[in-house]
Design a binder for this molecule. Structure first.
Ligand code: PBG
Length: 308
């Protein structure tokens, strides 16, 4: 009877899986603050993408870890047509053409300051950053990315990217905008994974105040007007009210990002025997769907799918 009347379902098709890619070959290194989650060299990332696709996963979200020697204030390495991100997009699209390849668009992994934008006098320059992000997004589209995901929170970047795509003929390349991305403490393990923690200050001049709810609706509405195809809420669990607000208000699909700190918290509690890992994991993932998300970006995806 419970099965007959269930209101929400969870399936492999709901997930986008983040992949952390590093230079080298045959590298699979565990992220210390994210047990059972790995950085892969491209050869192994390709194999991983194939495996995920065979499990029913429809999308991956690519992040690259960049050597310190390549970092500067303008994120120049992000535009390298032969950069790790560009090579990864090409190779994964070639190996698994039907898998949706989405890419992170922000400067932080490439920034000597660990910030998402260009820094001047301890401030982040919005418009100069948008210009670089647009080129970065375009270079991903040129390599065959199906979707770019600007995670930087600069104002106006969705419009700039959309216009650049239209002009260059990438009319089918989607934009999944991190619209309501909060200045959260939950990103810690991710910054370990990519060695991308801000070198000074915090991200509060561009990421949202955790106290704000109405602002998320404004951010999402703006991004949709600017041309976003999917809007994202991030982090997940602590922001289900925002997911529901947007689901009630906007007509585009909503993605939610269950971030690294959420993953780490559950792993840690389970390791101590304080929580039952799988029960709590599935409960959280179901809650995202119940709150109104169509897409869940999650490090738990593969394990969850094995249980479904
Ligand atoms: C960077 C970016 C971050 C995450 C995704 N893209 C970190 C940040 O904004 O500092 C966090 C993801 C996670 O914690 O799992 N633009």
């Amino acid at each position: 009877m419970r099965d007959l009347v269930r209101e929400t379902t969870l399936s492999a098709h709901d997930f986008i899986v983040p992949l952390f890619i590093v230079e080298g070959s045959k590298i699979k290194s565990e992220i210390s603050s994210m047990p059972d989650y790995y950085r892969f060299s491209l050869d192994l990332a390709i194999a991983e993408a194939k495996r995920l696709y065979d499990l029913g996963v429809k999308g991956v979200l690519l992040f690259v870890k960049v050597d310190d020697s390549l970092k500067d204030n303008t994120g120049a390495a992000a535009l390298n047509t032969d950069g790790l991100m560009q090579r990864s997009i090409c190779a994964i699209k070639k190996a698994v053409p039907e898998l949706v390849v989405a890419t992170d668009v922000a400067l932080d992994p490439f920034s000597s300051y660990g910030h998402d934008g260009i820094v001047k006098d301890n401030k982040i320059l919005n418009d100069a950053t948008v210009a670089i992000l647009t080129k970065m997004a375009l270079s991903h589209a040129e390599c065959g990315a199906d979707m770019v995901a600007p995670s930087d929170m600069m104002d106006g970047r969705v419009l700039a990217i959309r216009q650049a795509f239209e002009k260059a003929g990438y009319v089918d390349t989607a934009i999944m905008s991190y619209s309501a991305k909060y200045a959260s403490g939950f990103y810690g393990p991710f910054r370990d994974a990519l060695d991308s923690a801000p070198g000074f200050g915090d991200k509060k001049t561009y990421q949202m105040d955790v106290a704000n709810r109405k602002e998320a609706r404004i951010e999402a509405a703006r991004d949709i007007e600017e041309g976003a195809d999917i809007v994202m809420v991030k982090p997940g669990m602590a922001y289900l009210d925002i997911v529901r607000d947007l689901a009630n208000e906007v007509q585009v699909p909503i993605a939610v990002y269950q971030v690294s700190g959420e993953y780490a918290m559950l792993k840690a509690a389970a390791e101590k025997g304080w929580l039952d890992h799988d029960t709590v994991m599935l409960e959280q993932l179901m809650a995202f769907k119940r709150a109104g998300a169509s897409i869940i970006v999650s490090y738990h995806a593969e394990h969850a799918i094995s249980l479904l």
